[in-house]
Design a binder for this molecule. Structure first.
Ligand code: FAD
Length: 418
């Protein structure tokens, strides 16, 4: 057996679902990998999300007319969006750039790029989960967008038109059909749009742990440490951690919303916001949903997970490590109780996570210009669970000198003039 070529070793910083999937795609190609994280693999943002895995999540967050809905997002039902004053300086330019993305032409451009990453998400997770004995973590699902005001369920809206053009099966149903599909859902909901042909993960945290174990079994080395700095060292890079120094010719930064902290010492400033979200999970809910169900007013998704009913979503713009807003727990409980009248809200668990969001909803994926051997794979915003396997695959192709058969310009680290 030949020994791995140490010069080819890739060091991945951050073991969220993105780093884990990147490690898997590399070790499958025989590349030696070290992956550094200060915590357990897959247990930050990648643990608490809503579990949606969809080839049809191909619509970015900024749409034509989004600006008109800002008052409703801030002050309407469920107050889906909130802003902390401490984030204003970063949010104002980010928000302006976000709103500029909201033209039909730009939405369609972003949608093409999203299709590349979301399109094969289900097959790639099936492949990664194969022979782990945990294949049932991923199950078939629809995405049910549930509306209290039925007149707002409009298949002609751009976001549904784009999905249909790309081949998604999308259907509008009324209150009776919705009640049959999701009997636990309150009769407050008068209509729904179904997006078919999706999947959902029944425990995103366990998925991360299982895939990390698989990567380890295939040879990836996991190091528990806090990364403090990355700097040039000869023709490679030195990674200064709290307890050790590592050297590597090739380094991938996949630290999600914390990635920009690391880039400051390299004088790289990127428009990445921590778009924080929350979940509440009820262990003995007494109700079940059959699909991923979004309350479109409150912007939360309900999903029956392995250990209970999870209600996840909303957006809070705040510094990445600002304290949790404890008021969100009661607010999410109220939203949950209103959507599921027979919900047992005893013994909830409450969680906050950070979506790493660029204004165009796309990640940075690829080699950093003028920084040979330094690669980015972060910024997957609302879609990181589903984009992770293809992002890992694409980056492994780039690192192994394989030519991806599609342009990666939309994900270029240079697009915001790094
Ligand atoms: C409420 C909510 C619902 C969501 N729902 C969905 C969904 O249904 N489907 C979907 O596709 N996406 C969803 N998302 C988005 C998705 O969860 C994220 O895009 C994804 O988890 C990002 O993964 P990541 O690996 O980039 O980041 P993370 O999971 O945050 O991983 C980053 C890792 O870097 C490590 N790290 C950070 N700093 C350091 C350091 N200095 N040293 C060492 N390690 C460090 C952290 O410990 C962490 O493990 C949701 C997000 C939220 C908040």
């Amino acid at each position: 057996m030949s020994l791995p070529d140490e010069d080819a070793r890739v060091t991945i910083l951050g073991a969220g679902i993105v780093g884990i999937c990147t490690a898997l795609s590399l070790v499958e190609r025989g590349v030696p990998v070290t992956i550094v994280d200060r915590g357990d693999p897959g247990q930050e943002t990648s643990m608490g999300n809503a579990g949606i895995v969809s080839p049809w999540s191909v619509v970015p967050q900024s749409l034509p007319g989004t600006w008109k809905s800002i008052p409703k997002l801030l002050f309407g039902y469920g107050r889906p969006v909130s802003i902390r004053a401490s984030s204003f300086a970063q949010l104002i330019p980010w928000g302006a750039s976000f709103l500029r993305q909201g033209t039909e032409a730009k939405v369609r451009e972003a949608s093409e790029a999203m299709t590349l990453l979301c399109g094969p998400s289900i097959e790639l997770y099936e492949k990664h989960l194969l022979c782990t004995g945990t294949e049932s973590l991923l199950c078939d699902s629809m995405y049910v967008h549930a509306f209290r005001d039925g007149s707002r369920a409009n298949l002609k809206a751009l976001e549904y038109r784009i999905r249909k053009e790309k081949g998604a099966e999308v259907e509008l149903i009324g209150a009776d059909s919705l009640a049959q599909l999701e009997p636990a859902l309150s009769s407050e909901f008068k209509a729904a749009i179904l997006i078919k042909g999706q999947a959902r993960v029944r425990s995103p945290g366990r998925l991360g742990a299982v895939l990390a174990e698989k990567a380890q079994a295939l040879g990836a080395e996991f190091v528990r440490d806090t990364v403090r700095e990355v700097s040039r060292f000869g023709s490679g890079w030195v990674i200064k951690c709290a307890n050790r120094r590592l050297q590597s010719k090739q380094v991938v930064i996949s630290m999600g919303a914390w990635s920009p902290d690391l880039l400051k010492s390299m004088k790289l400033k990127l428009p990445l916001m921590a778009e924080r979200g929350y979940h509440i999970e009820f262990r003995n809910p007494g109700v079940e949903v059959n699909n991923s169900v979004m309350d479109v007013d409150a912007k939360v998704v309900a999903s029956s997970m392995e250990i209970g009913l999870r209600i996840a979503g909303q957006a809070e713009f705040a510094p990445v490590d600002a304290p949790v807003d404890p008021r969100r727990e009661a607010q999410l409980t109220r939203i949950a109780k209103s959507a599921f009248k027979s919900l047992n809200t005893e013994s909830p668990s409450f969680w906050m996570g950070r979506r790493p969001s660029f204004p165009d909803s796309l990640p940075m994926l690829g080699e950093v210009p003028n920084k040979d051997g330094l690669f980015f794979n972060f910024g997957h915003s609302h879609y990181g669970l589903m984009m992770a396997p293809k992002s890992g695959e694409v980056l492994a192709q780039v690192l192994c000198g394989e030519r991806p058969n599609h342009s990666l310009d939309a994900f270029s680290p240079a697009r915001f003039s790094v």
